[in-house]
Design a protein around this ligand. Structure first.
Ligand code: NDP
Length: 311
């Protein structure tokens, strides 16, 4: 277990920038071979938060030399129309990555759509073929958020092998692939969820604690072992003065944001717990930036895998 006396911040922006620099070099190499990696993001309807995410993805792609486009079917689009669109994208030679931005409207069959994306172009790593490849340790396209977290831990010199990693949350997008990746890195992994008895006890036994729940501050200082590595995936917007005071009272920078915007973004870990950690990811500026960096890396990986080039 790596322990330090002062908690170290795991700076997601800095690590994401390093990954993006590497991706840019990779893209330039591919350009020299006449290959221009391409990413298509499909955004259904008007979802303000998703619009921001998609804009960022397209902008970052362009900055790295990846050809990118967004396709924006109306909210009334049917599952059949979406399947036809995905079939067209699967067949397009100039596209290496297809990302269907979630959430989708309730009337659209998200599962069918995600399964319709060609596994070779599935840069989100959600297709059952890629889930299976991840499980069996074959080269695959791995979900961006957990892949980014592994990059962050490794690049920060944090020991994973032999450590007890506790992942709270078992979604297909974060929790399950996170647990699998940690297992592949030889951690001893426990997965907790809403039915777990004694969540606090499991969390307290974690050397590496990954919170991917979606509930502000649910991991309290009493649930954290001193010296643990805290990875906070949660993205929660708090708007009440009571919540703000509970988590950020006395934090002048956050107070200014709260006054100005009427809300602040926070994770699943009560920020008071960070003082106990050896390392921790802040929210914002921790895990979030890595997700987009790994999407770029996955697009280049997909471009290489599809052409039989080494990855
Ligand atoms: P889901 O809602 O799909 O999954 C949440 C998980 O948390 C479920 O497995 C659920 O258990 C578990 N859970 C809920 N309540 C409790 C509880 N009281 N105790 C223990 N476990 C609980 O969310 P996601 O995995 O998609 O996302 C989790 C968070 O991460 C969200 O805040 C999301 O916004 C954020 N996120 C951030 C990203 C980033 O780039 N930073 C990327 C993706 C997500 P059960 O299965 O039993 O219901």
């Amino acid at each position: 277990m790596t322990t330090t006396t002062t908690p170290q911040i795991l700076d997601g922006n800095a690590i994401a920038a390093a990954i993006q620099t590497e991706v840019t070099k990779d893209v330039q190499q591919l350009h020299l071979q006449g290959i221009r990696p391409g990413l298509t993001v499909v955004l259904v309807g008007n979802h303000p938060a998703s619009e921001v995410y998609v804009r960022n993805k397209v902008k970052t792609s362009a900055a790295l030399g990846i050809k990118s486009e967004s396709i924006t079917p109306p909210a009334s689009v049917t599952t059949e129309e979406m399947l036809a669109l995905i079939a067209t994208l699967n067949a397009r030679e100039d596209i290496d990555g297809i990302l269907i931005q979630l959430p989708l409207p309730a009337h659209v069959d998200a599962k069918r759509l995600l399964e319709a994306v060609s596994p070779e172009k599935d840069v989100d790593g959600f297709h059952p073929v890629n889930v299976g490849r991840l499980q069996s340790g074959q080269p695959s396209l791995i979900p961006c958020t957990p892949a980014g977290i592994i990059q962050m831990l490794k690049r920060s010199g944090i020991l994973i092998s032999g450590q007890h990693a506790v992942v709270v949350g078992r979604s297909d997008i974060v929790g399950k692939p996170m647990a699998m990746l940690l297992l592949h890195e030889n951690a001893t992994v426990t997965i907790c969820h809403s039915k777990t008895k004694d969540l606090a006890g499991f969390c307290r036994s974690a050397d590496i604690l990954v919170a991917a729940i979606g509930k502000a501050g649910i991991i309290t200082p009493a649930m954290v072992r001193p010296g643990a590595v805290l990875v906070d995936v949660g993205m929660n917007r708090i708007t009440s003065q009571e919540d703000f005071d509970r988590f950020f009272s006395g934090n002048s920078r956050r107070e200014a944001t709260f006054r100005e915007k009427g809300s602040v973004l926070m994770g699943d870990i009560d920020p008071h717990a960070f003082a106990l950690a050896s390392y921790y990811t802040p929210v914002p500026g921790g895990v979030g930036p890595l997700t987009i960096a790994m999407l770029m890396a996955n697009t280049v990986r997909a471009a290489r895998l599809r052409r039989g080039l080494p990855v």
